[in-house]
Design a protein around this ligand. Structure first.
Ligand SMILES: Cc1ncc(COP(=O)(O)O)c(C=O)c1O
Length: 395
């Protein structure tokens, strides 16, 4: 390929396939440009993005406020490590803590969701002096050693063999199954409050209250993996503290994905109590808290506020649920806000394909009957109407 000269879609595919490991099944799109809920391919085609690049594009693609903040930051300072103070980092941490439930008073920045979970589990072990972690069948927590060992979903633990010891499995939504394993060896209970990849599985609010009670009674740290549910996706800043959680606030929340609008950044939010046990050098990462990522965090949170995206998610979710009643093939709509699972009696893969042929990007899940929607939080009713009309045409 000659630098500076345009190349065809086929050449892009050939080159990517030649020079990269074949670890992803890709859609036949070469994404070139994005704006709000739209992605433009190298061939000029326009796609409605109901997947947000794995739930990352929370503020939509290239939100002007985020782009401007990143342009400004990149001219000022791209990076310096945690060995110096930074106004941008100070503002990012303060802003993030300000939108979180009051009990979550301190942030630790890292680079991804799996890393946030690794650090969350490590903090729980440090805090309790215990080793075991309870996670749930169907939960996904990432692909690094400890996180993949905590992932009782499909083939993932197998990929991560030999697994890190000290991981116990319970059944999501079943408090008896937690009771049975939550003994004095357990440092933490870690869960996705909505199990996204498993097919957008939810649990009753009472389940979260019961988990909180078990943790309080037995000195166990409660961790919500809000890598997907956090930063506005459910129509609230976090699942933690929401009505769906019966107001339960965990001791640690892990975050990533939408937190940086596409700039890689992860975080753990922790209570004062957990923070009090974490000392200098207990945790660390070179890139965590870098200025470019921190500028992305600030601008992301500001954009969500300025454009009233939380309200938008709730309003547009209601409209989508209403309109989906017209599609008889949709037998249930699972999830909350813009983390939705459309369940079909038939397999969803052909529907996913038919949507893509009609220029709509949706997501699959590990439940073959569930199609996942994780759109930008700025998705509007017009785009929902377009989606439902197209979906009806797919059958
Ligand atoms: C709930 C959840 N936790 C953790 C992760 C891992 O995040 P990352 O891919 O940024 O490491 C993911 C990624 O899909 C996720 O969905």
């Amino acid at each position: 390929m000659t630098p500076g000269t345009a190349i065809s879609f086929d050449q892009i595919v050939a080159s990517e396939d030649k020079f990269q490991l074949a670890t992803y099944k890709k859609m036949a799109i070469a994404a070139e440009r994005g704006e709000g809920v739209w992605i433009y391919g190298s061939d000029g085609q326009k796609y409605l993005d109901l997947y947000g690049g794995h739930a990352v594009a929370g503020t939509g693609h290239c939100h002007p406020h985020v782009v401007k903040a990143l342009q400004k930051q990149s001219e000022q300072l791209l990076f310096y490590s945690n060995l110096v103070y930074s106004e941008t980092r100070a503002r990012a941490a303060e802003k993030l803590v300000s939108v979180a439930p009051a009990q979550l008073s301190k942030a630790f920045f890292c680079n991804s969701g799996t890393e946030a979970n690794e650090n969350a589990m490590r903090m729980a072990r440090m805090f309790t002096g215990r080793e075991n972690i309870i996670t749930f069948s169907g939960g996904f927590h990432g692909r690094t050693a400890d996180a993949i060992s905590a992932t009782f979903l499909g083939k993932y633990r197998e990929i991560g063999k030999p697994n890190v010891p000290g991981h116990l499995e319970a059944e999501f939504g079943n408090i008896q199954s937690v009771n049975a394993v939550a003994d004095e060896s357990v440092a933490a209970i870690l869960l996705e409050p909505i199990q996204s990849m498993a097919g957008v599985r939810t649990a009753a609010a009472e389940f979260f209250r019961n988990l909180r009670d078990i943790c309080d009674q037995r000195g166990i740290v409660l961790i919500f993996d809000e890598v997907q549910t956090g930063i506005g996706r459910t129509g609230e800043w976090f699942f933690a503290g929401s009505r769906a959680a019966d107001g339960v606030v965990p001791d640690i929340v892990s975050l990533a994905k939408a937190l940086g609008s596409g700039v890689p950044v992860g975080a753990c939010l922790v209570t004062d109590s957990v923070a009090s046990k974490i000392k200098e050098n207990d945790l660390g990462t070179t890139f965590g808290g870098g200025m470019f990522a921190m500028a992305a965090v600030i601008a992301t949170l500001e954009a969500i506020e300025q454009d009233q995206m939380l309200e938008n998610v709730r309003r547009v979710e209601a409209h989508l649920r209403e309109r989906l009643k017209e599609v008889e093939q949709v037998i249930s709509v699972k999830g909350r806000g813009f983390l939705l699972g459309l369940e079909f009696a038939e397999k969803s893969a052909p529907i996913h394909k038919a949507l893509l042929e009609r220029k709509i990007i949706a997501g699959t899940s590990s439940d073959p009957h569930v199609l996942r929607l994780l759109p930008p939080l700025c998705l509007g009713v017009e785009e929902v109407d377009l989606f439902v009309d197209v979906l009806r045409n797919c059958f």
